[in-house]
Design a binder for this molecule. Structure first.
Ligand code: LLP
Length: 425
């Protein structure tokens, strides 16, 4: 994983700071984010897609520092709630470079987006059209895109697959809903349709589905051009770019993606007699995921049948991904030399259910014992942002490392924080 290649696996320092020092200073469990790695990944995107708009998908990992890093590296943002939007804009993200998504936007989401002057609102259902037009008011005009279902199965876990017909997002081309919504948007003087959006899913490791998406989306653009004389200036292909979670896994090749999408788009537009739209992409996981490492302390070790169970001081409340998607990780013992002898181990959390697993059937040193530290790489995306207060443990802090310095970005949630919300009796 990239965040540790920066620093070398040996001593397990990230960003020049030993993880043992971070555990000592900030306690465990703790999320550690390598700032240089995040910035590098933003730069890699900009280099691979020099003439595209790159919107970081904030749902993967958002705090004020992350909004700042994305902005400083020239990325816009994809947000899907008033909360994400407000945090970003109050940190200084330019609202015109923000796109608001959501299959069920609340009145507050829309009000906040209009008040803060968000760049684009992505329409996801027919009922949203009139509602948004009314919220914009007779004097205003809001740029919008339409989220289209291209009908593509891009693989990946079923719970994060969004390009197919049978899920809650977007408007189907096949069934004509996308075309119908577009004609209704064109009738609303308050709405300016700038382009089409689609998002195929997440943790996609092949370029091919993106090429199919380009063909389907440009096909729809060509039909809209013929029927309505409509020329759309933007094509947003969403995110979904897969990363390597474990040694030996392949990330999506961004250079190849950029090149082949560009060629496909240019060819398809030339064939249809359309100008090439501005490309927009929305990577989340591939920006933040490999830049994060979680550190836990081992609390207990026990043998059960064939398996060595190692229980740590976190679990599904800070990493729900194994329970939700069967996600796999490769934890490493850090902070001391270990015996060469290894054991088949399952690393579990401290929550009250059997599915509370961090890593199933992995190889760890046989002499692992309470008090040891475990580092779990590639936990920068959809960990902190999906954390819960299950069993009232309190969510871990986020620490940034950069140039051999560690600094606290988000403090640990205390029991007092949790208790304060409990106002009844
Ligand atoms: N754009 C849209 C409209 C999205 O819905 C998403 C992710 C993204 C961009 C960013 O996708 P990425 O590049 O991060 O794959 N919690 C799941 C992932 C859910 C993704 C939701 N939408 C997980 O932990 O695997």
């Amino acid at each position: 994983p990239a965040s540790t290649t920066h620093t070398g696996h040996g001593d397990l320092a990230v960003g020049g700071v030993p993880l043992t020092e971070i555990a000592e200073r900030f306690g465990t469990p703790v999320y550690v984010m390598d700032e240089a790695e995040v910035r590098d990944r933003c730069r890699t995107y900009r280099a691979a897609f020099p003439d595209a708009d790159i919107l970081y998908a904030a749902k993967a990992f958002l705090c004020r520092a992350m909004a700042r890093w994305a902005e400083e590296e020239g990325l816009g943002l994809d947000v899907c709630s008033a909360g994400e939007l407000e945090l970003a804009v109050t940190t200084g993200s330019p609202p015109e470079r923000i796109v608001l998504h959501g299959n069920a936007k609340t009145p507050r989401d829309l009000e906040t987006a209009l008040r803060l002057g968000v760049g684009r609102i992505v329409i996801d259902s027919p009922s949203e059209i009139a509602r948004l037009a009314a919220a914009v008011g007779p004097e205003g005009r809001q740029k919008v895109m339409v989220r289209v279902v291209p009908g593509i199965d891009a693989g990946g876990h079923a719970k994060i697959r969004t390009g197919t017909e049978d899920q809650k997002f977007g408007l189907s081309i096949r069934d004509g809903y996308a075309q119908h919504a577009i004609t209704r948007i064109l009738d609303q003087p308050q709405l300016e349709l700038t382009g089409l959006h689609c998002h195929l899913g997440s943790q996609i490791t092949s370029v091919k589905p993106y090429l199919v998406a380009v063909r389907r989306m440009t096909g729809l653009m060509a039909r809209l051009h013929r029927q309505h004389g409509l020329v759309l200036r933007e094509l947003d292909l969403g995110g979904g770019h897969g990363v390597a979670y474990r040694p030996g896994e392949q990330a999506l090749d961004l250079t190849s993606l950029a090149h082949r999408v560009r060629v496909e788009l240019t060819d398809a537009c030339a064939a249809a007699g359309l100008p090439v739209p501005r490309l927009i992409i929305e990577p989340g996981r591939a920006v933040a995921g490999p830049a994060g490492v979680s550190v836990y302390r081992v609390l207990s070790v026990k043998h059960t049948g064939e398996t060595l169970f190692v229980a740590v001081d976190g679990g599904m409340s800070d990493n729900p991904r194994p329970a939700l998607y069967g996600a796999g990780y490769t934890p490493r013992l850090i902070g001391r030399p270990a015996t060469a002898e290894r054991a088949r181990t399952t690393v579990v959390g401290r929550h009250c259910e059997a599915g509370d697993v961090i890593a199933e059937d992995v190889s760890l040193p046989r002499d692992i014992r309470p008090g040891d530290l475990l580092a779990v790489p590639v936990t920068g995306a959809y960990h902190f942002s999906m954390a819960s207060t299950y069993n009232l443990i309190g969510r871990p802090p986020v620490v940034a490392v950069h140039d051999a310095h560690a600094r606290l970005l988000v403090r640990r949630e205390t029991l007092e924080d949790i208790r304060r919300r409990d106002v009844g009796l």
